[in-house]
Design a protein around this ligand. Structure first.
Ligand SMILES: *Cc1c(COP(=O)(O)O)cnc(C)c1O
Length: 366
């Protein structure tokens, strides 16, 4: 059975009858930028997340960039983050002229290691930037305590964690500011690029609204240098249709993950660890195995997709060679050498999961 990493067509088929009339009427209304659906989605997303302000923007990378700008992070500042994430997390730090300080990850959750964060704080540290990797919330309580103690800004990278919660509070509602991505394959995805920043602060929200729209509060009056980074109306229509379904989607992702766990039990590999501090929403289902190549080859032979997120940690990327200064992060490096992600999406059937588990079991016990 051919099985892709994600199947956006299956989800579209389910939404088609509701979505197509809504999209067509948006085309007819011809209010494509900062229109009524964008405003409505921002209200609905803020209510869902339990946060005072949600400000949409063009993509998740911009969301991180604007979040750091709104928090006044800039040249001379250090931002502590994880080297085991998508490049955008650290790119955003570079965009504002600050320095990314990488620290190693926890070998179970693959999220930033709080003890290492503590040791990396210097007088130049201005922000902590944890990533809720693969949909599992980072351990936010001690990070928030550290941020308060050292007067740091806590910025959450929620690109992979829409709908996840930490101790019953949604990710994106805990940090001072948080960044989301609506890239099509994210847990909540639109049909192009999209992003959002959340904050409880009126002041930060006002600055974000200006930054995303050419530094302007009143049209053609510009107070600061801003950007063109807006969510468009068509994407907002898609997101409004999907937002009420996100808990169901995430529940289905958890069904798939738990079925994988059962189907792969007893094999010589590490299945994802849920730390129990919150709700893991499985943006990815990622195994660690010394026999990664054999697993991938067996899956490929059966036309089953798999992927390596991420093969090269950020401190080993050419672009960050100077800031990483040849440091090594043993846990991150070991994980990057062994990780392999399996297909996961809400519509993935139990039968498909069972087939994938069977292929892996055969590859590892042959
Ligand atoms: C996807 C992603 C981003 C960037 O989002 P885009 O919308 O693709 O710009 C940032 N951080 C993480 C962890 C991501 O997975």
């Amino acid at each position: 059975m051919r099985i892709p990493m994600v199947d956006l067509v299956a989800q579209y088929r389910d939404l088609q009858s509701q979505l197509e009339p809504a999209l067509l009427s948006t085309l007819g209304a011809a209010q494509f930028i900062l229109g009524p659906n964008v405003q409505a989605f921002e209200k609905e997303a803020a209510a869902y997340l339990g946060v005072k302000h949600a400000i949409t923007c063009a993509n998740g990378t911009d969301a991180l960039h604007l979040a750091l700008l709104a928090a006044n992070i800039g040249p001379g500042d250090e931002v502590i983050t994880t080297p085991f994430t998508f490049i955008a997390t650290a790119e955003a730090i570079a965009y504002v002229g600050a320095k990314a300080v990488f620290v190693d990850i926890d070998p179970q959750t693959l999220n930033i290691d709080v003890e290492q964060v503590k040791r990396a704080i210097t007088p130049k540290t201005r922000a902590l930037l944890p990533v809720h990797l693969f949909g599992q919330p980072a351990n936010l309580q001690p990070l928030q305590d550290l941020a308060r103690e050292h007067n740091l800004v806590l910025v959450e990278d929620c690109a992979q964690s829409f709908g996840a919660d930490f101790g019953g509070i949604k990710t994106g509602a805990i940090g001072d500011v948080a960044a989301f991505s609506f890239f099509p394959s994210k847990n909540l995805g639109c049909y192009g690029d999209g992003g959002m920043v959340t904050t409880q602060s009126d002041e930060v929200a006002e600055k974000l609204r200006m930054l995303r729209n050419h530094g302007s509060k009143v049209r053609y009056y510009h107070d600061i240098v801003g950007y063109n980074s807006r969510l468009d109306e068509i994407q907002a229509v898609v997101l409004r249709a999907k937002l009420p379904l996100i808990d169901g989607y995430n529940q289905q992702r958890r069904r798939v993950a738990h079925r994988y766990n059962a189907g792969l039990a007893g094999l010589n590999l590490q299945t994802p660890h849920e730390d129990g501090l919150g709700l893991h929403v499985y943006h990815q289902y990622t195994l660690l195995s010394e026999q990664r190549a054999a697993i991938q080859q067996a899956l490929t032979e059966q036309q089953i997709a798999s992927a390596i997120y991420y093969p090269v940690p950020l401190h080993q990327q050419k672009v960050f060679a100077d800031i990483a200064g040849g440091q090594s992060f043993p846990v991150t490096e070991s994980v990057a050498a062994r990780c392999v992600s399996l297909p996961i999406y809400p519509e993935l059937s139990d039968a498909a999961v069972d087939e994938i588990c069977g292929v892996i079991r055969k590859a590892l016990t042959a």
